[in-house]
Structure formats: structure tokens, C-alpha cells
Design a protein around this ligand. Structure first.
Ligand code: EPZ
Length: 427
């Protein structure tokens, strides 16, 4: 079993470089299927979610070759069959983007329903609604979602809920459909814009990404391209809350400050000093943290993927903060772990009442999902004493070189491998 051992209390100082955005990469990598050609993708984050997607691509016949640590050549000229079985898809949510990409290229897709972080029901009805509006027939049997069409035709689609995944999947399926697709109530996250820019660089005609109406004029064919993925908004936000929690002074490099505005705003309200530069942001805290109320919302609201890190920060702020989860039904499961470190938080459904304590104290904890894992790391870094964090595979799904990056800022953290101990079942 792998775990992190973290000795808390060091003030973090220095510079950290942000990697390419996970949630853009996991959409762009399946999207290369639409090129039927060779693409070179730069700024690809070195994380396990990306490795899983490359393995899926290789399994279906694509060629994937690293040109350098973060630059990858993907050739999707030859793909055997538009099929992703459960064994491959179960490890991550984004495997459902193969549905849209296969449908766009072959008018046919067979993908086993995806895995991913568990924070309540994760329906895909809006993806299916979009595929059907484009003319596909969608069914589920023997553990597969099947989507098939003679030909796809542009359509007018209104999403009932703002969904990142449905927006991505519909864009992928519609990009080569005949005629115009108008997608209303679309998600506006930076990775939606990045995917649209990537597809446009392959010859697609997509306008309006980043607003709630996206217009896609279908094109006959797409070509290979060279493209660089945007910096990761959530990785940057995580280093911002970590620096703030540890009372540090950190320059976070390779960021787009505009993508971080909702996080910056809350940190300033909490008493943190933020200085924005063209492509970096400095986070410094010298005084006490103050209470802040936060509600997560789709972009440009405060990101749900920063909710655990922000709640953890507020657990050491003066006063009582209210955190409301506005996207997922059940994203406070990590709070039980945080309480083990001394946090005082009451959860009622989608609302957490956080009573700040002066100091967290070390304890063994586990990552319950990717961002919750990052929050545990943040808590351990400012807790008094040495904590152990288990189930770190979650963290490594989405944070490149997190141990090295934190160590370079002065954190005391190491990854250790211990033998698995299986206790007898309680009778
Ligand atoms: C994406 O998940 C991200 N994952 C998540 O980040 C992120 O939390 C989420 O968007 C919200 O920002 C990836 O990009 C790979 P949604 P996704 O569809 O696309 C409901 C991380 O930590 N909904 O925008 O699965 C759904 O239940 C991960 O990096 C429907 O009702 O999220 C939820 O309440 C975790 N029907 C809301 O919409 C649907 O068909 C938003 O979900 C689809 C979604």
C-alpha cells in the first residue's frame, strides 16, 4: 500500500509550476479520434487518468508516443472497433467521452458505463438526450451503452442541467454532423473552451464556447494538429489554498489568472494577499484567516472541484463559515476524515457549517476522492504533528508530481510503500 507521510507546520515558500489541465486533457485525448490523423498534444499532465486514456487508445489500435515528458504524439488513423469494454472504462469518468468521439467518427459507439469519483448519483441522461437529438439510437445492454446512427444531423439541444460532460460529448458527436447544432445552457468551464479551440484547430467550426450557447457547423473532415493544453485551474487553486493554509508565500506559475477569479475573490475575503501577474499569481498570508461563505456553482461560479480544499481552509479560519455544494448531491463525505484532524464541521445535506479552530492536529486519514485527497494533504501540511494519508491513488489521478512540487516549497512530505495488512473479518 502506498501512502504519504506528512509532517505539518512548515511555512511554504517559493515557486511552483502548474501542469496542463486534467479535465481539458481527458476531453482532448479522446477527441483526437476525430482527426483520423496524427496529432501532437503539448502540456499533457503526467497523471494516472491520462495514462488510462492512452491505454484505452492503444487497445483500440491508435499509436501513442511520448516525444518528451509532457508532449505526446497520437495517431488515430487506424482504430479497430469503436468499443471500450468495462475493464478499460471503469477506472475513470472521462471514458464516456469515447461515446461522443466514436459517434462523431464512426456514427457508432459501444462503451461500458464509466467509473470515477463517487459523490452521489452521476446520471448521463443529458448526454443521451444530445446524441438522440443528433439522430442516434441509444440503448444499454450487457453492460454497454450503444449509440448508433445511419448519419448524424445537426439539431437544437437545450440541456436541462448545466453539464460539463454532456457539453463535451455533444460537441464531439456534432462536430462532423450534417448542418448546424445549437447547444443551449451549455457548460462554460475553461476546459470546454479549450476543447473547442482544439477541435477548431483540426478544422471544426465551433463558435460560442465559453458562453451558454454553442453553435457547431458540421464539417466533412478534420485533420491532425499540434495543440497545447491550458494550465489546470483546479491544480492552481489547490496550491493557492495550500499556500494560504500553511501561512506561506508562494508564486504559482503557468496559470491563467482570469480562470482563478472566483477562488481569488474568496481568498481575499478570507484575508489572504493575492497579486496577479500575466501568467502567474502570488499567494501570501501573514495574518489570521477570516470566515467566508461559499457556494459552488458551474463556471464562472466557485468550482465544486475546489470545495473540499476551501472547506478545509475555512476549518482554521476565525468564526463560522457556511459552505454550500451547488453541483453534486454528496460531496462532503471527506468531512469525517477532516474531523479526525480536529476540524469542527457539521454537514446537513448540501450545506456544511464550519466552525474554525485555531489549529488542526495530525492523524491517520484517507483520501475519499481526488479533490478530497488534496484537501487531506492540505490539512496535514498545516496540522501539528505527523499525519499519514492513505488511498493516495486518488490524488495521483489528477496532480502531477505533487510530492516533488510540495517538497520544493519546503513541505515535509514523502511517499512510502508499506506491505498490505489484511485484518481478519469481524464476526
Ligand atoms: C466534470 O464532471 C468534471 N470531470 C468534475 O471534476 C467536476 O466536478 C464536474 O464536471 C462539475 O464541474 C471531468 O471533467 C472529467 P457534470 P461531469 O456533468 O462532467 C448533473 C474532478 O475532481 N448531470 O457537469 O461528470 C450531475 O449529476 C472531477 O476533476 C445530470 O443531471 O459533471 C451534477 O449534479 C470530479 N445529467 C451536475 O449535472 C447528466 O446527464 C454537473 O455534472 C449529466 C450531469
Amino acid at each position: 500500500m502506498e501512502k504519504y507521510i506528512v509532517c505539518g507546520g512548515n511555512r511554504l515558500q517559493g515557486e511552483v509550476e502548474i501542469s496542463g489541465a486534467k479535465n481539458a486533457a481527458v476531453a482532448i485525448i479522446p477527441a483526437t479520434i476525430l482527426a483520423q490523423d496524427r496529432c501532437v498534444i503539448e502540456n499533457v499532465p503526467n497523471i494516472s487518468d491520462v495514462t488510462i486514456l492512452f491505454n484505452i487508445l492503444k487497445n483500440i489500435g491508435a499509436k501513442v508516443k511520448y516525444l518528451s515528458r509532457n508532449t505526446v504524439e497520437i495517431d488515430t488513423s487506424y482504430i479497430a472497433e469503436p468499443i471500450v469494454p468495462y475493464e478499460s472504462s471503469r477506472h475513470l469518468r472521462a471514458s464516456y467521452y469515447f461515446l461522443g468521439a466514436f459517434l462523431g467518427r464512426f456514427s457508432e459507439a459501444h462503451v461500458s458505463p464509466p467509473g470515477g469519483c463517487n459523490f452521489g448519483v452521476r446520471p448521463i441522461d443529458q448526454h443521451i438526450k444530445g446524441f438522440e437529438a443528433l439522430g442516434a439510437q441509444v440503448s444499454t445492454d450487457y453492460g454497454f451503452i450503444h449509440a448508433q446512427a445511419e448519419e448524424l444531423f445537426g439539431s437544437h439541444i437545450y440541456l436541462d442541467v448545466v453539464s460539463v460532460g454532456a457539453t463535451v460529448n455533444i460537441m464531439l458527436a456534432a462536430v462532423k454532423a450534417k448542418g448546424l447544432t445549437v447547444l443551449e445552457n451549455a457548460a462554460k468551464e475553461p476546459h470546454i473552451v479549450d476543447l473547442a479551440n482544439f477541435l477548431n484547430s483540426m478544422g471544426a467550426d465551433i463558435r460560442g464556447a465559453g458562453t451558454d450557447v454553442i453553435k457547431i457547423h458540421g464539417v466533412d473532415m478534420l485533420r491532425g494538429t499540434t495543440y497545447s493544453i491550458i494550465p489546470d485551474q483546479i491544480e492552481a487553486g489547490t496550491y493557492m489554498t495550500i499556500a494560504a493554509a500553511a501561512g506561506g508565500d508562494v508564486l504559482i506559475k503557468n496559470v491563467i489568472p482570469k480562470h482563478l477569479e472566483s477562488i481569488t475573490d474568496k481568498l481575499i475575503q478570507a484575508g489572504v494577499e493575492i497579486t496577479e501577474f500575466d501568467d502567474s499569481i502570488r499567494v501570501c498570508r501573514t495574518g489570521p484567516l477570516k470566515k467566508v461563505n461559499v457556494k459552488t456553482l458551474p463556471h464562472p461560479g466557485f468550482p465544486t472541484d475546489m470545495q473540499p480544499q476551501m472547506t478545509t481552509l475555512l476549518s482554521i479560519a476565525q468564526g463560522t463559515s457556511i459552505v454550500t455544494e451547488g453541483v453534486w448531491d454528496n460531496r462532503f463525505k471527506y468531512v469525517d476524515e477532516l474531523r479526525r484532524l480536529g476540524a469542527q464541521i457539521q454537514v446537513d445535506g448540501k450545506v456544511a457549517v464550519v466552525e474554525g479552530v485555531p489549529q488542526l492536529t495530525a492523524a491517520p486519514v484517507k483520501a475519499t476522492d481526488l479533490r478530497a485527497g488534496a484537501a487531506m494533504l492540505q490539512a496535514a501540511l498545516c496540522a501539528n504533528g505527523t499525519s499519514e494519508i492513505e488511498d493516495i491513488a486518488y490524488i495521483e489521478r489528477g496532480y502531477e508530481d505533487i510530492v516533488q512540487k510540495l517538497s520544493s516549497l519546503g513541505a515535509e512530505i514523502k511517499k512510502v510503500v508499506t506491505p498490505d495488512v489484511t485484518l481478519p473479518q469481524a464476526q
